[in-house]
Design a binder for this molecule. Structure first.
Ligand code: GDP
Ligand code: MG
Length: 438
């Protein structure tokens, strides 16, 4: 799909102008990419409309490469949807900061607890993990193992006490032992149910956590969105943690969760291990690229562009060296320039000429005339301009809607360019020759 998207966007390049139809076509691919990434349909629809609005119009018309412009807009809007800034943990000015992890069973709460503990310990905090899942068999043991792996203490009262009491005692323990960061690992259920919500509300109202973070499994896609909506309504959450992004999911859930709940994604989990590489602060821009499947479309486009330029530049270099640069090449370059940007870009593409010609002033309107003049030449004339005599000049001027002076000027300029190119080529030979002697 990334390839398809890319080819559509490539098609937009070199057109100079982007029509509404172009944008619509490109957005169809973007839409597919989003739906494939399991982004909520309504979110997709709103998003597409928003981008269309921005893409059709001045911004794109003025852009050098419309395809790139569109993909940039898509990326920017996606990023904006997920929050343009990174959301960090709100640390309490009065320790300990209390963080409560909630979510369905298997979402990755306990694992994330270990990852967070490890991460904040490395940042100089003294975390304490509190075991409030008294239902899942061996849940306490699991948290103890996790704590052991990252060398962070785990507070437990076994599975006979109620979770509210465990949480409260845990916080007392933290105060007594100088732990400035308490992570409460709560129970989950396979599905949302009122019992669970009741229990979590109870913990919340008693403990008053500074952060309630909902842990959702990115692989569950649309379900993650429903879960997030429900938890946010019933419990109120401060943010979301997206786990299992190491799987082959595109992470469309991220976009939808944010769009639906309005709550920021704060961290992402990547893998079952607990080390530093398995947790990341959420980066909206990276996720935007991932969702579009253009993990690397952006860089692919940039690369394609670079290859394109490099190939043309190489061809041009060859021609300069063999001094077979003709009006056809000139025209070809002109057209490229018009689709790609300014004439100075073209000049920079000419090997060795870049520096010397940089900043040279070129009247872009003049280019239209130049193009017309060249197009009025015969094939033979373009290949071999020396045959263009007086009567041919008159004919060319008439054919291109210009006058003979303009044709003369172009011919003279072309001759000068050729000479200059010959000089560069000679200079290049000299350089190479010099090296050879050494
Ligand atoms: P909890 O029920 O919400 O506490 O979920 P757990 O922390 O017990 O995790 C459930 C399963 O998912 C375990 O097998 C974890 O190893 C696994 N898991 C958790 N986070 C990740 C992750 O980011 N990537 C992968 N691949 N597996 C994960
Ligand atoms: Mg657990």
């Amino acid at each position: 799909l990334a390839e398809k998207l890319q080819s559509t966007l490539q098609k937009l390049k070199g057109k100079g102008k982007v029509s509404e139809k172009d944008v619509t076509e490109a957005m169809r691919e973007v839409k597919m990419a989003l739906l494939e990434a399991d982004v909520n349909f309504k979110v997709v629809k709103d998003f597409i409309n928003k981008v269309k609005e921005r893409a059709v119009g001045a911004e794109v018309l003025e852009s050098l490469t419309p395809g790139q412009q569109i993909i940039k807009i898509v990326n920017e809007e996606l990023t904006a949807l997920m929050g343009t800034t990174q959301s960090k943990i709100n640390f309490s000015s009065k320790p300990p900061t209390i963080l409560m992890l909630v979510g369905l069973q298997g979402a990755g709460k306990t694992t994330m607890g270990g990852k967070l503990a490890n991460m904040f310990k490395k940042q100089g905090k003294r975390p304490l993990l509190v075991a409030c899942d008294i239902y899942r068999p061996a849940a306490i043991k699991q948290l103890q193992i996790v704590g052991g792996q990252v060398d962070v203490p785990v507070f437990t009262l076994g599975d006979k006490e109620n979770p509210v009491k465990i949480a409260n005692e845990g916080i007392k323990h933290a105060l007594d032992h100088g732990n400035d960061f308490v992570i409460i690992d709560t129970a989950g259920r396979l599905h949302i149910d009122d019992d669970l919500m009741g229990e979590l509300q109870n913990i919340k109202s008693n403990v008053k956590p500074h952060e309630i973070l909902l842990v959702v499994d990115a692989m569950t896609g649309q379900d993650a969105v429903n879960v997030a909506e429900h938890f946010n309504e019933k419990l109120g959450i401060d943010g979301v943690i997206l786990t299992k992004l190491d799987g082959d999911t595109r992470g469309g859930a991220a976009l939808s969760v944010r769009a639906v709940t309005g709550k920021p994604i704060k961290f992402v989990g990547l893998g079952e291990k607990l080390n530093e590489n398995s947790i990341e602060v959420f980066h909206p821009d990276r996720m935007a690229s991932r969702i579009l499947g253009m993990g690397d479309v952006l860089s692919l486009i940039e690369k394609a562009q670079a290859n394109f330029d490099a190939k043309k530049a190489m061809e041009l270099e060859k021609k300069i060296k063999s001094q077979s640069f003709t009006f056809d090449d000139f025209l070809d370059q002109l057209q490229q320039v018009k689709s790609m940007g300014s004439i100075s870009q073209l000049l920079e593409m000419i090997p060795g000429a870049g520096k010397q010609l940089k900043g040279m002033d070129v009247d872009e309107k003049e280019l239209v005339h130049i193009q017309a003049i060249i197009q009025s030449m015969t094939k033979e004339e373009r290949q071999n301009p020396s045959i263009i005599n007086g009567s041919r000049r008159k004919r060319i001027a008439a054919g291109s809607g210009t006058n003979v002076q303009q044709v003369n000027r172009l011919l003279k300029q072309f001759e000068q360019t050729r000479k200059m190119m010959k000089q560069f080529a000679d200079m290049d030979k000299m350089k190479k020759g010099g090296k050879f002697k050494l």
